[in-house]
Each structure stands twice: as C-alpha cells, then as structure tokens.
Ligand binder design. Structure first.
Ligand SMILES: [Zn+2]
Length: 132
C-alpha cells in the first residue's frame, strides 16, 4: 500500500435550488476533507460550491463537513449548517461525538479556524516556543 498517494476526497453531487433564481444547480458535496486539494478549496472558499448555470450565483451545498488531518494540527474539526440543528437526531449525533466542541456553523468560520491552526502549528514546529 502506498501511503504517499493521497486518497481523493469522496464527492457527491447534491441537487440544490439556486438561492438567487431558484434554478436547479448540482453542487458538489465533500463530507470529509482529508487531502491537500480539499483543504485548499476550503481555504479558497470554493469547497462544496458551484456556480448557478442560469444566473452565475455561487451556490453552497448545505451539508456537514468534517476535517480529520491531525498530522497538520487540524484534527476533529466539524462544520454543521445551523439549520440542521433543528433536527433532534442531528443534535443527538453531535452531542454523542466526543469532539463536538470543535464545531462551526459556517464554512467561512471553519476556514478561519483552519488558517489559524495551520499558522500556529507551523510556528510551534519551528521550536521557537521552547524556552532555552
Ligand atoms: Zn441562479
């Protein structure tokens, strides 16, 4: 088994209505980010988005995303769209997860957290934080 080959982010297409013109848009839905490509698209704001073919509006799929890249200092981060918390079963599943405290309610918020953690992780790995 070659561990150097990244496993592609599993991706589905979700039929979504454009928030601007209500036209149907097929939006990618990556439930788990575990490759550098997935991470780059999260940081670029393009994860799980597609342009509406009729009006060009950027449409985002309203599905949870998890990040599990502990080797980069960003293990156990979750995004759950706020309206999903209206569902009792979603709340129950989140509360049963031991890492639910690292939960974010927008992809922007998740991306900001990832950016900050990557920066802090790079900083601490230089050893400058260690007192002599
Ligand atoms: Zn549209």
């Amino acid at each position: 088994m070659n561990f150097l080959t990244p496993v592609a982010d599993s991706q589905n297409l979700i039929d979504t209505a454009c928030s601007n013109c209500r036209a149907p848009v097929l939006v990618p839905c990556v439930p788990r980010v575990n490759t550098s490509e997935g991470l780059e698209s999260l940081l670029a704001g393009t994860l799980n988005t597609a342009s509406c073919p009729s009006c060009g509006e950027l449409v985002t799929s309203n599905r949870p995303v998890r990040i599990d890249m502990p080797e980069l200092g960003i293990g156990h981060l979750r995004y759950a769209p706020l309206d999903l918390l209206e569902s009792d079963s979603v709340c129950e599943a989140l509360l049963n997860e031991s890492h639910y405290q690292f939960l974010f309610y927008s992809l922007d918020e998740l991306a900001r957290q990832v950016r900050a953690r990557l920066r802090l992780s790079r900083f601490s790995s230089t050893g400058l934080m260690t007192e002599v």
